[in-house]
Design a protein around this ligand. Structure first.
Ligand SMILES: Cc1cc2nc3c(=O)[nH]c(=O)nc-3n(C[C@H](O)[C@H](O)[C@H](O)COP(=O)(O)OP(=O)(O)OC[C@H]3O[C@@H](n4cnc5c(N)ncnc54)[C@H](O)[C@@H]3O)c2cc1C
Length: 404
């Protein structure tokens, strides 16, 4: 494996970092606390600047206006964007839009691409992804109550979904619904494109996350689909292919997430160091005593650095393997990085909060936002426990332990 930063990344990374540092970090608290919708004109201006700089949509090919980065370079960019909660949105690759663009690009018909993918790729509209249901365990999504039944030339969708990220203000949802309950477990569900102005679509609420319901892209919706009708052409891919398509967005999506989490780690660690250096605990015989002189703080800083460095190499190795050998060859690494990096992120953010004392739990720094809103990392995209089980089972197979 090559440990040098690819030439192209050496060129674009400093430019990305400068925009995040100079344009996003100074406004992020007012956007997060003042409301996403009110900030949209300001965010659109920065998006235009990003486009002019040729840094828009790292995950998309040039024909769709993107940078067309290979996965390793995209991972590096995702880390740089993770230094602000606004990074991915402003650079045109926010979840869940990025994943939706990827599957529309790969599985969409020409008409679907023209109607939905083109404006999504341009950042002219937003989308959401509706799979999880409050009544069913999301960690086993093959158990699903939402149905789509073909009636003449239309699919009729009925179901209750929640944690549909960014549903508030989205123009369409990609909905997973059972279309053939008699098929084998992974062939029962299909994906359907549902415009959110369809009769019967109801965004019930933005679900409060630790007290914060959020707004617009920065929210998670509860939705009812009641006799929602869409043309049969709104099927994405083939009937029964929902899990196969979902699998496609899994590998790249995991790299984007884990590298974003490492960006959060780096931001929290730099805040930890800066605070430790500037915070005076008093002086002894005229010599100042900054918090940074305490060994326990130094230990947290050093341990955080070691964990982040190790995690970055692990994620980039997974990205490199997907890029060179494909998703299937890398499936163990794809599970492994999920729980490994999420855990490191929570530990580093928690240490940074502790070093900031009471300030750390206020909304006066970005740390409390990360603490509340990134806690979900250990739950979404498959809970940590499931991924640990996957990795251990594969390893134990070699020792003759079979699935119980
Ligand atoms: C911030 C956030 C954003 C999300 N965005 C979306 C979205 O855009 N679209 C969407 O459809 N969904 C979304 N989700 C939902 C997410 O996919 C589910 O929350 C996740 O799949 C877990 O399902 P669940 O919440 O029903 O937990 P459950 O399935 O009820 O699991 C609860 C807990 O049980 C444990 N557990 C589960 N299975 C096992 C096992 N096999 N072994 C041991 N322990 C186990 C885990 O600790 C798990 O946390 C989002 C969730 C969060 C938190």
């Amino acid at each position: 494996m090559d440990f040098t930063i690819p030439k192209r990344a050496q060129e674009f990374l400093p430019r990305v970092e400068a925009i995040v540092r100079e344009k996003l970090q100074p406004i992020e608290l007012s956007v997060l606390h003042g409301g996403f919708n009110a900030a949209l004109p300001q965010l659109r201006d920065i998006r235009n600047h990003v486009k002019e700089m040729g840094l828009w949509a790292p995950h998309l090919p040039a024909v769709l206006g993107g940078m067309g980065l290979p996965l390793v370079e995209h991972g590096m960019m995702s880390e740089a964007l993770g230094h602000s909660p606004l990074g991915h949105f402003v650079f045109g690759c926010p979840a869940p839009d990025a994943g939706n663009m990827e599957i529309l690009h790969k599985f969409g018909t020409e008409a679907q691409k023209e109607t939905w993918l083109a404006p999504l790729a341009a950042g002219d509209l937003r989308s959401c992804f509706s799979m999880t249901e409050p009544e069913n365990a999301g960690s086993n999504p093959t158990r699903m109550s939402c149905t789509a039944v073909l009636d003449g030339d239309e699919w009729v969708i009925n179901g209750h979904k929640w944690f549909t990220t960014a549903a508030d203000g989205a123009a369409f949802a990609i909905v997973m619904a059972v279309t053939n309950p008699k098929a084998q477990r992974h062939g029962q569900a299909s994906m359907l494109i549902v415009p959110t102005d369809s009769p019967g679509y109801e965004l019930v609420r933005n679900i409060p996350i630790m007290g914060d319901p959020g707004e617009g892209w920065a929210s998670h919706g509860e939705i009812w689909y009641r006799d929602v009708r869409v043309p049969k052409e709104n099927l994405l891919g083939t009937q029964g292919a929902a899990f196969a398509i979902a699998q496609e967005r899994l590998g790249p999506g995991r790299i984007h997430h884990c590298m974003r989490w490492l960006g959060i780690c780096e931001r929290a660690l730099s805040m930890m160091c800066a605070r430790a250096a500037e915070r005076e605990l008093g002086s002894i015989r005229g010599t100042s005593r900054p918090l940074a002189n305490q060994q326990i703080i130094q230990s947290w800083i050093a341990e955080s650095r070691a964990s982040i460095n190790a995690a970055r190499l692990t994620v980039l190795q997974a990205a490199w393997k997907i890029q060179n050998e494909g998703f299937y060859a890398a499936r163990e690494e794809i599970s492994l990085i999920k729980f490994y990096v999420a855990d490191i992120m929570m530990t580093v953010v928690d240490r940074a909060i502790q070093v900031h004392g009471a300030l750390g739990i206020t909304s006066d720094t970005v740390l409390a936002y990360y603490y509340a809103h990134e806690r979900g990392a250990r739950i979404y995209d498959g809970p940590d426990e499931v991924h640990k089980m996957v990795v251990a089972r594969r390893m134990l197979k070699e020792y003759g332990v079979t699935r119980s």
